[in-house]
Unconditional design. Structure first.
Length: 247
């Protein structure tokens, strides 16, 4: 009971990352429930209003045609007003400052990640190589902002890190709270690949702190590893001390 598989994704179709391919992953796992990286409002927008959806929701809709199951939004931390517009402004500046060497490196890193996503699909998105690429993007972004030395852009970057941290904790809190009240045998958790390393670190902490014990299964390239096996193979995790406690 309480098997839950973490699958990292992208939110729009790229190369081998298609709704059909992700639907095939769902069929292989045969979940009782899917936890989605969606807010309540976006969940309503994509499913109830049948608006244009992202890659994951399109895959889930395909699966639901043959086998209706429970699927719920867990990304429920409320964003500050105009947060997405602030991020767009910051990243537009970061990725267009071509006179800065680190900006050109960032552009190449992003292009390289996109190439690997298209070529290798979900195997790449669930790999240590993806984690390294995402870490490099974050470090280069910080270096560029330091060079630009714009207080407003630095404030937005600090806010972004804070919001990501709070969103990840809220997603796991929602999963554990649901699991405490609703038994299941097999669950899926879809999450953008940029969160992979940090969410696994938080999963380790939640696994220690929670009374409700979930059997986490981590996709690693094309393998599916229990959390202890994943840690023993990959190791070197920096715990965030988020406590992993829910009420």
């Amino acid at each position: 009971m309480f098997n839950i598989t973490l699958i990292c994704t992208v939110h729009y179709e790229q190369g081998r990352c298609t709704p059909e391919e992700l639907c095939s992953v769902i069929r292989d796992i045969k979940p009782d429930i899917i936890f989605e990286e969606l807010s309540e409002s976006n969940f309503h927008y994509f499913y109830d209003e049948q608006k244009p959806a992202n890659l994951e929701t399109n895959a889930i809709k395909l699966y639901l045609e043959g086998l209706p199951i429970t699927h719920i939004p867990v990304d429920t931390y409320e964003w500050p007003r105009y947060y997405d517009k602030q991020l767009d402004r910051m990243y537009d500046k970061v990725t267009s400052s071509n006179m800065i060497r680190e900006c050109r490196l960032l552009q190449n890193t992003i292009v390289g990640g996109t190439f690997l996503t298209k070529r290798d699909g979900f195997s790449y998105l669930n790999s240590a190589l993806n984690d390294e690429q995402m870490k490099a993007i974050g470090l280069l972004t910080d270096q560029i902002l330091s060079i630009l030395s714009n207080d407003e852009l630095l404030r937005i970057r600090s806010l972004e890190k804070e919001i990501i941290e709070k969103r990840e904790i809220e997603m796991l809190t929602n999963i554990y709270c649901y699991s405490k009240e609703h038994p299941y045998n097999n669950a899926l958790f879809f999450l953008g690949s940029g969160h992979r390393r940090s969410i696994i670190e938080k999963i380790i902490e939640f696994d220690i702190a929670q009374e409700t014990k979930l059997n986490w299964i981590i996709r690693d390239n094309d393998n599916y590893l229990s959390l202890p096996n994943f840690i023993s193979i990959n190791g070197n995790f920096h715990l965030t001390h988020c406590n992993g406690k829910t009420t």
